[in-house]
Design a protein around this ligand. Structure first.
Ligand code: FA5
Length: 349
């Protein structure tokens, strides 16, 4: 095979190799083999001495032409490989912008918390402070300080969960009254406090009773506090929560720590006072207990009941929520069905 034939064969083989190189590394190997310093084209130039002198010019021209062709094809092949790579990557990483986005689930405040926050704001606006007390309480504060000595029959009014013989899950928020009164410096002025929190009772669960529920205690102690102050405060709370039109009533009651004592009822949301299963056919739902602080409780806090007096109340936050939102079963508040709970979502949540 003379050199011209060799060049023609190299052209054919070289172009085929360039075309079939399937990746950049292989293409680079082909480049080195064809046009590299020690490649096949250089080899042909080195064998020029075998060519007759009159043909050398032509051989040189053909080799240069072929080098240009190879270089151009190699560059083109490299471009094609890169393009293919990009296309493959795009196909693999494609994003379907028409797919619906993933929804993030936003929590919301529990309805009891909504009522609690609202009442806290309301009472803070009237100059009350918010106080917390322990949920595991001792008998001293849950009973004795509240005028319920050992073996007092009224201890049975609230069926209590005992933790040990002298500690219990508080059955009411009233012990926080006793704790706060004991610490308050009355020389510096009146005590006006509320205390929201969980309480526990061995009550049978039904539409309006739960074994765990939330109360908000309220207490005002000063000189010259009257039953009129209590009545005005309770009516203001009821109007604030239930609006002007809902009917309320105060009726006499008994609590060992207040004298006189009252309970407040709100007309049933379900039957509008006609009587139904939610209100046990009475037309009313009891929402709070209250009264004028018993002289013994004032005395237990180290004050003179001839000088100091006050009023106190304990309202059921769950009952407030039932009546405000027309919920027909208190158990919905703690059985954790999000469909029920998110109904009360507020703008600021
Ligand atoms: C008391 O707990 C008194 N400590 C209230 C009090 C405070 C009176 C200060 C005087 C002075 P009573 O047991 O009635 O009272 O409960 C108060 C309120 O808690 C009730 O009116 C009712 O709204 C709510 N409540 C009582 N038991 C339950 C229950 N099992 N489930 C849901 N709410 C209840």
């Amino acid at each position: 095979m003379d050199l011209f034939e060799k060049i023609a064969k190299l052209r054919e083989d070289g172009l085929a190799q360039i075309q079939t190189a399937e990746n950049e590394k292989k293409l680079n190997d082909v480049r080195v083999a064809l046009v590299g310093k020690k490649g096949q084209l250089t080899e042909i130039l080195h064998s020029m001495k075998e060519v007759a002198p009159e043909n050398r010019r032509e051989v040189g021209q053909k080799v240069n032409e072929l080098r240009d062709i190879f270089n151009a094809r190699l560059d083109k092949a490299k471009d094609n490989l890169l393009k293919k790579l990009v296309e493959e990557k795009l196909a693999k990483e494609a994003i379907d912008v028409t797919l619906p986005g993933r929804k993030t689930y936003m929590g919301s405040k529990h309805v009891i918390r909504i009522i609690q926050d609202d009442l806290e704001k309301f009472f803070i606006g009237m100059g009350f402070k918010v106080v917390q007390g322990p949920e595991i309480e001792n008998e001293h504060y849950n009973f004795e300080m509240l005028n319920l000595p050992k073996d007092h029959p009224a201890r049975d009014m609230q069926a209590t969960f005992f933790v040990d013989p002298s500690h219990l899950l508080r059955s009411q928020t009233s012990p926080v009254q006793a704790r706060t009164m004991e610490k308050h410096d009355f020389e510096n002025g009146a005590l006006k406090m509320i205390s929201p929190g969980k309480v526990y009772r061995r009550d049978d669960d039904d539409a309006t009773h739960s074994h765990q529920f939330a109360q908000m205690e309220g207490l005002v102690v000063d000189k010259n506090i009257t039953m009129g102050d209590l009545k005005g405060t309770l009516e203001a709370v009821a109007k604030h929560v239930f609006g002007q039109d809902r009917e309320t009533r105060l009726r006499p009651s008994y609590f060992p720590f207040t004298e006189p004592s009252v309970e407040m009822d709100v007309s049933c949301f379900n039957c509008d006072g006609k009587g139904c299963s939610v209100c046990k056919n009475t037309g009313w739902i009891e929402v709070l207990g209250a009264g004028m602080v018993h002289p013994n409780v004032i005395r237990n806090a180290g004050l003179d009941p001839k000088v100091y007096g006050g009023f106190a109340f304990g309202l059921g936050l769950d009952r407030f929520a039932i009546l405000k939102y027309g919920v027909d079963d208190i158990r919905d508040f703690y059985t954790n069905d999000v469909r029920f709970l998110t109904q009360f979502r507020q703008e600021e949540d």
